[in-house]
Design a protein around this ligand. Structure first.
Ligand code: B12
Length: 360
């Protein structure tokens, strides 16, 4: 890029070191830099779309080649700075919540404040700091929402490998982290890409996925994934999948929980990611009783709010249908479901009727 003809290689490698240091100061655990060549994964993405694994997530097919061509999304982009932010809060044992069918399992990334804003703000700050040294620097920060192939970019930046569960896995930090990026027109030296995958012969995630959504190594059929069913899908959850969802009411962590690499993960110290309203181990019945007002108030600033009250009740109804089927003492559950039998939403009524039928 001619704009930077005045910056020499030494300046650029010094700038890279600065970027890493600023990244750590801003609370990221790791920063890596990659070029923008993504054509091999463009093919994977195309095949995934062709098989309709994206279900109703039409945004996944809506941007042409922008996802695999960063320079089409932000003209002039030649490098991507990827950042890792660990999110796992130090909560009760996750397995014990999952195996207590009266409790609600909320995926660990969603227990506290929504990560999007927090991360984008920090990336924007990092971008500003870079501009203070490279004056004509053009950049844009992304977290999740834009057509960006985040995991492949992070893999290329040396942050980990894409595992069989499709998560980006880091050999020292597991996979309980978010990714975010800065697209830049600075010709920064790229880091060494992660070339090797360390899943070996392990297929635990494929075997333990409750709904069999990991249909082959590195391929998730989102239409079966509990994360998709509880968060992305609006409307009716396919009946055949409901009994397999257990008590997972928002997202699912099973493919990370069983991953042996997660024994190397660390808990986050971010105040914003600490659980609110006891969501790490709340009772299903209690959450099902929240009014719409309570839902809106208690999920303020949380990612959960985006699914809306109707999907919230729908998801909990399914979990209540799966709760404690074999025990005789489930009156409290049946009562809670009956109280919602005449809810104005047809979706809620249908899932409540299904749940009640499970207890008959
Ligand atoms: C759409 C989406 C979903 C969908 C679809 C998931 C999926 N696997 O695609 C749903 C709603 C199901 C979902 C769920 C979750 N998601 Co999500 N999701 C995304 C999003 C927006 C796009 C992902 C994407 O591009 N999918 C397209 C497919 C084709 O890509 P892929 O599955 O990753 O497959 C890649 C490889 O496996 C490879 N590949 C594909 N086929 C083949 C075949 C072979 C043979 C080989 C070798 C390779 C290969 O190429 C693909 C492209 O690189 C990203 C953010 C972003 N903009 O990137 C977040 C993101 C991936 N999600 C994230 C998270 C945290 C989750 C959940 C853990 C949330 C939860 N607890 O419920 C679950 C995990 C489920 C899972 N195992 O993926 C994080 C992941 C961080 C990390 N450490 O990897 C991201 C990066 C968001 C973020 N900014 O942090 N998600």
């Amino acid at each position: 890029m001619s704009t930077y003809s005045s910056i020499n290689a030494t300046d650029l490698s010094h700038l890279c070191e600065q970027i890493r240091q600023w990244g750590m100061e801003l609370g990221f655990q790791q920063i890596g830099i990659s070029d923008i060549e993504l054509s091999d994964h463009q093919q994977h993405l195309q095949q995934w779309l062709a098989k309709h694994y994206h279900g109703d997530m039409h945004y996944m097919e809506a941007h042409g080649e922008k996802r695999s061509h960063p320079e089409l999304l932000v003209p002039g982009t030649i490098r991507v700075i990827s950042a890792r932010l660990d999110y796992l809060p130090d909560t009760d044992d996750m397995q014990s919540v999952l195996s207590d069918s009266k409790k609600a399992y909320v995926s660990r990334y969603a227990l506290g404040r929504d990560y999007h804003k927090l991360m984008r703000k920090r990336l924007a700050k990092l971008g500003e700091k870079i501009s203070s040294l490279a004056k004509e620097h053009h950049h844009r920060a992304f977290v999740d929402s834009a057509p960006v192939l985040e995991r492949r970019l992070a893999e290329k930046a040396g942050l980990g490998w894409i595992g069989k569960n499709t998560m980006l896995i880091n050999s020292q930090a597991g996979s309980w982290f978010f990714l975010g990026e800065i697209y830049t027109d600075l010709p920064l030296p790229a880091d060494l890409a992660q070339e090797t995958m360390h899943c070996g012969t392990c297929t635990t995630c494929l075997e333990d996925c409750p709904t069999g959504a990991i249909v082959a190594p590195h391929q998730v059929d989102a239409r079966r994934c509990i994360s998709y069913l509880t968060i992305e899908l609006s409307g009716s959850i396919p009946e055949a999948l409901r009994p397999l969802m257990g008590n997972r009411i928002y997202g699912c962590d099973d493919c990370q929980l069983v991953c042996p690499w997660n024994k190397f993960s660390s808990f986050t110290e971010e105040e914003d990611f600490q659980p609110r309203h006891n969501l790490q181990s709340a009772e299903l019945v209690e959450l099902f009783q929240w009014s719409e007002e309570e839902f809106l108030q208690r999920t303020e600033g949380s990612a959960i709010r985006r699914i809306g009250y109707e999907s919230w009740l729908r998801n909990i109804a399914v979990a209540l249908g799966n709760a404690n089927k074999h025990a005789s003492k489930n009156e409290q559950i049946i009562q809670a479901l009956q109280n919602r039998q005449n809810h104005p939403s047809e979706i809620v009524r249908e899932h409540v009727a299904w749940a009640l039928a499970q207890h008959r």
